[in-house]
Design a protein around this ligand. Structure first.
Ligand SMILES: Cc1cc2nc3c(=O)[nH]c(=O)nc-3n(C[C@H](O)[C@H](O)[C@H](O)COP(=O)(O)OP(=O)(O)OC[C@H]3O[C@@H](n4cnc5c(N)ncnc54)[C@H](O)[C@@H]3O)c2cc1C
Length: 409
C-alpha cells in the first residue's frame, strides 16, 4: 500500500528512532527525570522528520498521510510521550496550514518544523474533555488584542512548549458551535503551569494544567475567523486521531516483537514455549489484529489524502483510532501473558508499553466518543442512501412478504 516515497520516509524514521534516540532518554522520561525532551524535537526537526505532510516552503516535505502514518508507526515504538511530542507539530500545524495567515505560517509553523519553536494544544478543560464545546475558557477583544482567561488540563508540553494552540469562547451568547475561536498563545506573562500530573505512563512529556490569566494575545494570533473554532476543531480531529492510530501500531508491534522473540528462547516442560499453541496462537492472533489495524489506518490515511467526503473521512479516522488503540492494548496484554512473570517487571519494556498503551484508548477523544461518531456517520450515510445497494437482501427471506409480521412500533 505504500509508495516508494512513503517507504523511503518510513526508513528515515526507522533509522532516526533506532540510532538517534538514546535509551537513556526513554528511561529518564519514564523515571520523570526529564520533563520535556526538547532535544528530541530538535533532532527530529534536524532530520527533517516533522510535519512531513506540509508544504516544503514551511519546512515540510509535501508528503501525504500514508507516508506520515508509516513514519508514525516507527516513532510509536518509543511510547506515547515521544510519539505525542512528535505528533504535535502535525496536529497544530494542520490548523495553521489550513486556517492560518501567511504571517502565522512564517512565524509559527516554519520554526516549529525547523525545531526552533515547540508547540502544545489546549483543548481539554477541567470540567470536561469529551464535551469540548462545553469549554468555559473565554477571550474578549480589546483593541488590537484579545484578553484570554481560563485553564486547560492534561496538556502535553504544558512544561516546555513555546506556544499553545488554545480554544476559547469569544461569544458566550452564541450557540456553542459558533461561540469559540482558536488562538496561538505564546508562553509569556499570565501563562502559568499550575499542576504537573503524576501519570501511569506517558511520562516525561510535561503534562500539566495551564492557567491563562488575563493573557494578552495579539489579534494577529487569532486562527481563522472569530467564532470559527468548530471548523478548525473538526479539521484538527483528523491529525489528532490519525496520529494516535498510527502511533498505536508501533507500540503494539514493539511489544509483540519482544514477546515473540522471548517465546523462541524461554523453555518450560522441556520445550520452547512457542511450541505450546496457547503461546504461539496468541502471537498469531496478535499479528492478525495488528495487520488488520494497519490496514484500517492506511485506508483512513488514503481517504484523508484524497480529500474524500469529510463525513466519510471522519468515520474512517474514528474507526482507525478506535480499532488501532483497542488492538494495541490487546496485543500488549497478550505480549505480557506470553512472557509470564518477567513481562510484568522492568527487566523488559512490555510493562512500560502497557502503561503507555492504556492511555491511547482515552485521549484524542475516548473510544466511546469514536463509537458515537462512527454510528452517527453510518446512520447518516444510510439515511442519505449514499451506499448504492445492488440487491435488497431484506427480501431474501422465505416469508419476507409478511409485512404484518414486521412490527416496528
Ligand atoms: C496523559 C494525557 C495527555 C493528554 N494530552 C492532551 C493534550 O495535549 N491536549 C488536550 O487538549 N487534551 C489532552 N488530554 C485530554 C484527553 O483528550 C481527555 O482526557 C479525553 O478527551 C477525555 O476527556 P475527560 O478526561 O474530560 O473525560 P470525560 O469527558 O469526563 O469522560 C469520562 C467518561 O465518560 C465517557 N463519556 C463522556 N461523554 C460521553 C458520551 N457522549 N457518550 C459516551 N460516553 C461518554 C467517556 O468516554 C469516558 O469514559 C490528555 C489526557 C491525558 C490523560
Amino acid at each position: 500500500m505504500l509508495t516508494p516515497e512513503a517507504i523511503a520516509f518510513r526508513e528515515e524514521a526507522r533509522r532516526f528512532v533506532r540510532d538517534d534516540v538514546p535509551r537513556e532518554l526513554v528511561l529518564a522520561m519514564d523515571a520523570e527525570q526529564v520533563q520535556y525532551p526538547r532535544e528530541f524535537l530538535e533532532k527530529a526537526a534536524g532530520a527533517h522528520l516533522l510535519g512531513a505532510r506540509f508544504p516544503v516552503e514551511y519546512g515540510g516535505r509535501g508528503l501525504n498521510w500514508v507516508a506520515e502514518a508509516a513514519a508514525l508507526e516507527e516513532v510509536g515504538v518509543l511510547g506515547t510521550a515521544l510519539a505525542c511530542l512528535y505528533s504535535l507539530p502535525s496536529i497544530v500545524g494542520e490548523a495553521i496550514v489550513r486556517f492560518g495567515t501567511e504571517e502565522q505560517k512564517r512565524r509559527y509553523l516554519a520554526p516549529t518544523l525547523n525545531g526552533v519553536l515547540t508547540t502544545a494544544e489546549g483543548l481539554t478543560e477541567p470540567r470536561g474533555g469529551s464535551d469540548f464545546f462545553g469549554g468555559v475558557t473565554r477571550a474578549h477583544r480589546d483593541g488590537d488584542e484579545y484578553v484570554l482567561d481560563g485553564q486547560k488540563r492534561f496538556i502535553v508540553g504544558a512544561e516546555g512548549a513555546d506556544y499553545f494552540m488554545v480554544y476559547a469562547r469569544t461569544n458566550p451568547d452564541a450557540p456553542a458551535h459558533e461561540s469559540m475561536s482558536a488562538f496561538l498563545v505564546d508562553r509569556g506573562p499570565g501563562v502559568k503551569v499550575e499542576y504537573v500530573y503524576g501519570l501511569m505512563g506517558t511520562r516525561g512529556g510535561g503534562t500539566g494544567r495551564v492557567r491563562f490569566d488575563k493573557v494578552r494575545v495579539p489579534a494577529a494570533n487569532l486562527l481563522g475567523r472569530e467564532g470559527g473554532a468548530s471548523e478548525i476543531f473538526y479539521r484538527m480531529m483528523v491529525p489528532e486521531r490519525m496520529t494516535s492510530a498510527a502511533g498505536a501500531l508501533g507500540m503494539a508491534r514493539a511489544a509483540l516483537e519482544v514477546a515473540a522473540d522471548y517465546s523462541t528462547k524461554r523453555k518450560a516442560f522441556g520445550k520452547k514455549i512457542k511450541d505450546f499453541q496457547a503461546v504461539s496462537f496468541k502471537v498469531a492472533d496478535s499479528l492478525t489484529q495488528l495487520d488488520a489495524a494497519r490496514g484500517i489506518v492506511y485506508a483512513a490515511a488514503r481517504a484523508a489524502d484524497e480529500d474524500r467526503d469529510p463525513a466519510l473521512v471522519r468515520r474512517l479516522v474514528s474507526e482507525a483510532k478506535k480499532f488501532a488503540t483497542d488492538t494495541a492494548w490487546a496485543v500488549v496484554n497478550n505480549a505480557m501473558q506470553v512472557m509470564g512473570g518477567i513481562g510484568y517487571t522492568n527487566v523488559f519494556p512490555v510493562e512500560r508499553l502497557m502503561r503507555d498503551t492504556r492511555l491511547i484508548m482515552i485521549w484524542t477523544g475516548t473510544n466511546e466518543i469514536m463509537d458515537l461518531i462512527i454510528q452517527h456517520e453510518y446512520y447518516a450515510e444510510r439515511k442519505a442512501g449514499l451506499e448504492t445497494r445492488p440487491r435488497s437482501v431484506e427480501a431474501d427471506a422465505r416469508e419476507a412478504d409478511k409485512v404484518e409480521e414486521k412490527v416496528y412500533e
